[in-house]
Design a binder for this molecule. Structure first.
Ligand code: MSP
Length: 654
């Protein structure tokens, strides 16, 4: 380890379930983890920040089927596709060091070895599972765990389930896990300990069903075909396989395990604080130092979720207000351990109060006054007054308190400290009245010191804000021309003595004040425009058609010579078509609800011409016109296939 290095720090977020695109609730935990990772790096720790995606399970298999793609294609699209998981983390400036996907080969192979190890040591055994299953949560429950007969996590209906399955001897570890929770700081905040012990351990911890036979999209149990490993076993071990546990892909286990902290949402504390340590105990592995269960970001009092339709789009908010403002808002407004209610008004209020008024104004007033009174250049010299010492003492106090709060993951309290200093600096301007000092030559030395103190206050605050708003802090440093070595944690000690010099520049406001009414209306418009229509496509045919049979279909370009409604039918259109043979072809098509006949005359369409003729409403139809069908927001749509008019009538399409 290098001399300057303070040691290692391994921090993780839950790996996301890519069943739909992420919303601001998902971003909440990742922004917090990123802030912590940046803070530790700033302090000189060798940080490994892991995130990723949890890609197996029945829900993914079902959703892929619905979408007519393979499960792998389905998850690839959500992870790597446009506005997918990777795009979102890039947008939110998430500085992860490693990204794991549970479909990565090295992880899959490692999970098989891990499962076999626990089978070999007797902690995994074969039995029959009888109980209740919540499909959306992929969770098995016992009767006693249900709330009003429904899933205790999501409140939805559960189904009876019975299958041959493998079980993990969770009950064997009940006492050790209870001791871990009650007598150490393993799980925080403390309130979550009572919840775990009273709701799950004390009623009796039953063995956990850890394999499934009812679907195939999972890690296969290699010694018993037909079984796949329970998705939570597969998912939890990501924290170790991503370091090289049971694989050769990475070699960081010795250095980084045990994890310093796993940040997790409150509904998955159970998996991380009971099942996870029990499995590690089974394998005789060191336990993570801490699990921190944060609260939910709610919307109108309910947890955000796609199925409730109350998700807030982080793309839209970042585009409108900036990524840093959004990052800041999430951690400034809601204490990390508790639930918070997201509203657009609250977001804009925070931006206006803290970022535009307190921080933004302080910076712009300071650089503007430097410019006006000293042409931006604060030279050596000056004259101090007792009030300067007050500012300096407060900076030291704030620094110590900030560190203490950050180390306890109290992000909003740490930011409160920074804003204590910024507020004080704004007040210092009112108290020292630089505009009056500027009036006479003899008060110029005093004015010089006042401006230096303000610059120093801003510089120190910008260091403390670096983990939260990295881009904004850098912008501030640039306005103040702070050298690289004074943008560091080591340089966060307040120093505004006579020797200090500054060269500042005036820039655009950091956070322009928002007109809340106007912004709310604009957001409304944008979110309407951004709402992607829910397109449903027909399921793909499961049966293959052999190539020769397919080639027998005769597809031709046909030109519409005439098109009429069929009397007494509100569905049928009668087409007279030029098919290149010199004799008109008549085709009837049930598309009158979608097209006006006159709009189709002259168009080049595609017809299958070798279907046996059919009679409809007493008229003969010789072939079929091709069209595309799909459903948008529940409404059926149809578009005739129209091709380039340069293609001559009768051209064979193959
Ligand atoms: N795949 C599991 C985690 C496995 S970790 C070994 C999972 N994935 S998830 O995508 O459903 O959720 C990921 C994280 O996002 C969870 O910690 C969850 O609590 C968090 N959040 C999802 N919606 C949230 C809010 N509305 N508010 C705060 N956090 C939320 O669980």
């Amino acid at each position: 380890m290098c001399e300057k290095c303070k040691g290692k720090y391994y921090i993780t977020t839950p790996i996301y379930y890519p069943s739909a695109n992420l919303h601001i609730g998902h971003a909440y935990c990742t922004v917090a983890t990123d802030t912590m990772a940046r803070y530790k790096r700033l302090q000189g720790y060798d940080v490994l920040f892991l995130t990723g995606t949890d890609e197996h399970g029945q829900k993914i298999e079902d959703k892929a089927k619905e979408a007519g793609v393979t499960p792998q294609q389905f998850v690839d699209n959500i992870v790597e596709g446009e506005k997918g998981v990777l795009d979102l983390w890039k947008l939110m400036n998430i500085s992860y060091d490693r990204f794991i996907r549970t479909t990565d080969d090295y992880h899959v192979a490692a999970i098989q070895k891990i499962f076999k190890k626990m089978y070999d040591n007797g902690d995994i055994y074969k039995g029959t599972y009888k109980g209740k299953y919540c499909k959306p949560c992929e969770s098995f429950w016992t009767e006693s765990q249900l709330v009003d007969g429904k899933c205790p996590d999501c409140g939805r209906e559960v189904q009876d389930a019975e299958e041959e399955a493998y079980f993990f001897r969770l009950s064997k570890y009940a006492d050790r896990v209870q001791d871990l929770l009650e007598n150490t700081d393993f799980l925080e905040p403390r309130s979550r300990v009572n919840e775990m012990v009273n709701n799950f351990i004390k009623p009796g911890l039953e063995d956990l069903c850890v394999s499934r036979t009812s679907f195939t999209w999972g890690v296969p149990v290699d010694f018993d075909p037909g079984h796949v490993v329970y998705v939570w076993i597969d998912a939890l071990f990501n924290y170790m396989t991503a370091l090289g546990f049971e694989n050769d892909k990475y070699d960081n286990l010795e250095k980084f395990w045990p994890a310093d902290v796993h940040f997790v949402g409150k509904e998955i504390v159970r998996f991380h604080s009971i099942i996870w340590p029990a499995m590690l105990m089974s394998l005789d592995l060191p336990l993570p130092k801490k699990v921190y269960g944060h609260g939910w970001l709610n919307f109108n009092g309910e947890k955000m979720s796609k199925s409730r339709g109350n998700v807030v789009d982080p793309y839209l908010l970042s585009e409108r207000f900036g990524v840093d403002a959004l990052r800041f808002f999430l951690l400034r407004t809601f204490p990390f351990g508790s639930d918070g209610n997201f509203t657009n008004e609250l977001l804009m209020g925070t931006i206006n109060t803290d970022l535009a008024n307190t921080l933004g104004n302080l910076v712009s007033r300071t650089v503007a006054m430097n410019q006006k009174y000293f042409a931006g250049s604060l030279t050596e010299g000056g004259e101090s007054a007792p009030i300067d010492a007050e500012l300096k003492a407060l900076a030291a106090e704030v620094f110590a308190a900030y560190e203490q709060k950050m180390d306890k993951f109290q992000f909003s309290a740490a930011l409160n400290e920074v804003f204590r200093l910024l507020d004080r600096a704004n007040k210092y301007i009112d108290e020292t009245t630089p505009w009056i000092l500027a009036k006479t030559e003899e008060s110029k030395p005093r004015l010089l010191t006042v401006m230096k103190n303000l610059c120093e206050c801003i510089r120190v605050s910008a260091i403390l804000l670096l983990p939260f708003m990295p881009e904004t802090s850098e912008k501030i440093f640039d306005l103040l021309n702070v050298p690289a070595n004074a943008r560091t944690w080591e340089a966060s000690c307040y120093c505004a003595d006579e020797a200090a010099v500054w060269n500042t520049v005036v820039g655009a406001p950091l956070f322009p004040r928002l007109d809340v009414e106007k912004e709310l209306a604009a957001l409304e418009e944008l979110s309407k425009a951004n709402q992607k229509p829910a397109v449903e496509i027909e399921p793909y045919a499961e049966e293959n058609v052999d190539f020769d049979t397919f080639c027998k279909s005769d597809f031709r370009a046909v030109k519409v010579k005439d098109c009429q409604n069929v009397k007494k039918s509100n569905k049928l259109l009668q087409f007279t078509l030029d098919d290149g043979t010199g004799t008109d072809r008549q085709i009837l098509s049930g598309i009158a609800m979608y097209y006006k006949p006159e709009d189709l005359i002259g168009k080049t369409l595609v017809a299958i011409t070798n279907l046996p003729p059919r009679k409809m409403m007493g008229r003969e139809s010789c072939g079929m016109l091709l069209s595309a069908v799909h459903t948008v927001n529940g409404e059926e749509k149809l578009n005739l296939i129209m091709i380039d008019d340069a293609i001559p009538a009768g051209a064979k399409l193959c």
